[in-house]
Design a binder for this molecule. Structure first.
Ligand code: UDP
Length: 245
């Protein structure tokens, strides 16, 4: 069930939604009950989809694809369909934790290093008392452990499954298991648990306002260099496709 209002960036459809609209759509998925998947798309994911067929198909078939990076916003402007704002995994997790406290949505946290998902869940529960935590599981497990993990999540009947194992591993896990797990909506949320657990600090507001959060995160996490290294390619592909259009 894809929205009509999409922006095509290098052949990948990104939904033209702001934060409020994205949350309203996610709440529709919860009300509807049929397992849905939300992808938060950044520039490196769109670059990867140019050569990885499986990943491209996942993005194409996703129920909602949100613009999760400054690069995606820039590219949308470049193709003449400006997007209003970033709709990031971190912001989605935070908003749904708040709504869980108000409406009772049951959340499951899957991913990140041992202890981090629990720390993130604890931090959000103390910020939004009443948040319903269905369970937590770290994101470092073997293939042999998958059936048991899937069964455990299914048993809890989550409304929302957050999967924080990085793009595209998290989305591959979701598409492979979403029907069996039967969470109403599953969302790939990247490094979000590290942010809420306090492992990684979010950039101060003024850095976010300068659209420099990527640089802040990069300095904190050298592993991210590989991702940033795809940005010149993204820029080049977008510029080239603009000239051809
Ligand atoms: N991670 C995981 N299992 C893995 C590999 C990574 O749970 O096998 C976690 C990692 O601990 C981190 C998150 O996935 O919490 C990825 O964070 P990153 O910020 O790199 O993801 P991005 O937001 O850039 O996709």
């Amino acid at each position: 069930m894809r929205r009509q209002n999409r922006v095509e960036i290098l052949g990948i459809g990104v939904d033209s939604v702001n934060m409020v609209e994205a949350i309203a759509i996610i709440e529709e998925f919860i009300a509807n009950g049929k397992p849905s998947i939300v992808v938060t798309a950044d520039a490196s994911g769109i670059v990867a989809a140019q050569t990885d067929e499986h990943w491209r198909k996942i993005m194409e078939d996703a129920d909602l694809v949100t613009p999760d990076s400054v690069g995606v916003l820039w590219a949308a402007g470049k193709v003449g369909s400006p997007l209003e704002e970033r709709v990031s995994g971190v912001d989605i997790v935070e908003k749904l934790a708040e709504l869980s406290a108000k409406k009772g949505y049951r959340l499951y946290f899957l991913g990140a290093a041992p202890g981090v998902a629990q720390a993130a869940a604890n931090a959000l529960s103390s910020r939004f008392p009443g948040t319903v935590i269905g369970g937590v599981q770290d994101g470092y497990f073997s293939a042999a452990e998958v059936p048991e993990i899937v069964a455990r999540i299914r048993e809890v009947k989550p409304d929302v499954l957050f999967v924080a194992m990085g793009i595209p591993k998290q989305e591959m896990f979701i598409t492979e298991h979403m029907n069996e797990i039967a969470a109403k909506v599953s969302i790939g949320v990247g490094g979000s648990f590290d942010v809420f657990s306090g492992n990684v600090k979010r950039a101060p507001k003024f850095v976010q306002n300068l659209r420099m959060e990527w640089l802040w995160r990069l300095i904190q996490n050298p592993r991210k260099w590989r991702k940033v290294a795809t940005l010149p390619k993204f820029w080049w592909l977008v510029m080239r496709s603009g000239r051809r259009a």
